[in-house]
Design a protein around this ligand. Structure first.
Ligand SMILES: [Zn+2]
Length: 431
């Protein structure tokens, strides 16, 4: 983040017409892209889908589909793939007592286009009744009971840690000229790796969007999230024999679209690197991905960044979330592509508050002096283009002497990571 106006690297412009021409294309979401044509190979009829699903369920169950699951990048050992990496490890499902297999009837006409509602200001939104019955559900009370225990309070939970920037994108630095004494990408990775160790000690499964100093596109990050969740979902469908829609074949078709992002690792405007995502609004395919992601409330997303400001007085941690209202506000000047509006606002704001409280409790040296709100709502690509409960943590200002001292110290990094872990435990405790 480079200014008080928000993280420059994770927010797309408010509207196409207002997009500053000087912003680098690599950090912007495309405003409008031509409709993507699906290939005939991927465009399955319902009958073909049903037939393929039957085959795939068997295949998935027997072999955990290494070719597909390889890109989901998680294993029981907590493998952390970096950009473009592949692993043959299959993801591990959370303990079954945290999961309820709900037999959901297949909707009568799954191939029909989802219903779209015309909202005030003329923008289009997917209607609530266009959503398919959830197949996967999490028993929050079971997780809360576990989180209240001292031993492995995060067992059954998956945390996706997203260290901001990387590689050629250092993020914000200090000082702005001359040799930098602090680089955002390094702090973000240090905290993520420390938090990973702590979280795994608490029983969580941890996935990171990068585990070294490599550049990862914003859409590569949300694609990693989507692939991971789709893999878990396909595994769940195969394990339980659920016939809910989207079924295994449809889940794999969605995965193949997302794979484009991973293969390209690019954020260029109108480039193929955004895969099925739109930047403004969502396609029916992405709506289905989001609908699947929202079912997996035992997976949370935490993006880690540092702040900066022209004033050295700005100090302290802030935690950002992205709400339905914010996206509506940002997108109401556009039309033509329906927006998604079923993000978990309550979950996101609660996670933001829990993380803020816990980080400041563990590291009072990052207390917020009011220059920036402790938690606030902003349209962020890494939270808009996915539908997990997720937040973005601005861990402190590299431009502030006090914050910088914490961010550069091993003890400071450790205490921030402890705060992240404690905040996540509190979040799953609830209340
Ligand atoms: Zn940043």
């Amino acid at each position: 983040m480079k200014s008080a106006q928000g993280p420059h690297d994770t927010r797309r412009p408010p509207a196409p017409a207002a997009r500053p021409a000087t912003r680098p294309a690599s950090v912007r979401a495309p405003a409008r892209t031509p409709p993507r044509r699906r290939t005939g190979r991927l465009r399955l009829t319902r009958r073909a889908s049903v037939a393929l699903a039957a085959v795939l369920v068997v295949v998935v169950a027997a072999a955990a589909t290494p070719a597909l699951l390889g890109v989901f990048g998680a294993s029981a050992a907590g493998a952390t793939p970096t950009a473009g990496s592949r692993t043959t490890s299959a993801p591990t499902l959370p303990p079954t007592d945290a999961v309820t297999a709900t037999p959901s009837p297949r909707p009568p006409t799954p191939d029909l286009p989802p219903q779209v509602t015309v909202m005030p200001h003329g923008y289009l939104a997917f209607a609530a009744d266009a959503m398919y019955p959830p197949a996967y559900s999490v028993d929050a009370s079971t997780l809360a009971t576990r989180a209240a225990q001292a031993d492995k309070p995060l067992a059954g939970i998956t945390v996706i840690l997203d260290p901001g920037h990387g590689g050629t994108d250092g993020g914000t630095v200090y000082p702005m000229t001359g040799d930098a004494t602090i680089v955002e990408k390094t702090v973000a990775l240090n905290v993520a790796l420390r938090a990973k160790t702590l979280l795994e000690g608490l029983g969580a499964q941890v996935v990171t969007t990068r585990s070294d100093d490599s550049w990862v596109a914003l859409y590569h990050r949300v694609a990693q999230v989507a692939q991971y969740v789709l893999g878990r979902h396909a595994d769940f469908l195969a394990t339980t024999g659920s016939r809910a829609w989207p079924d295994a074949a449809e889940t794999m078709r969605l995965s193949s679209l997302v794979q484009i992002c991973l293969d390209k690792n690019s954020d260029y405007l109108n480039g193929p690197g955004i895969g099925p995502f739109k930047g403004y609004g969502v396609t029916p395919d992405v709506r289905q991905i989001f609908d699947i992601e929202r079912q997996h409330s035992d997976i949370v997303f935490v993006s880690l960044h540092c702040n900066s400001n022209a004033s050295a007085q700005a100090q302290g941690v802030s935690v950002l979330y992205t709400s339905n209202n914010m996206i509506y506000h940002e997108e109401r000047s556009t039309s033509g592509t329906p927006i998604y509006r079923f993000y978990d606002d309550a979950g996101r704001t609660r996670l933001a508050q829990d993380l803020f409280d816990a980080i400041v409790a563990k590291e009072p040296g990052l207390s917020n002096n009011g220059w920036m709100a402790p938690i606030f709502d902003q349209d962020l690509a890494v939270l808009r283009e996915e539908n997990l409960v997720g937040v973005l943590v601005e861990m402190g200002f590299v431009t502030n002497d006090r914050d910088r001292k914490v961010l550069l110290s091993d003890d400071g990094v450790d205490r921030i990571a402890q705060g992240v872990a404690a905040g996540l435990v509190q979040y799953f405790k609830g209340g």
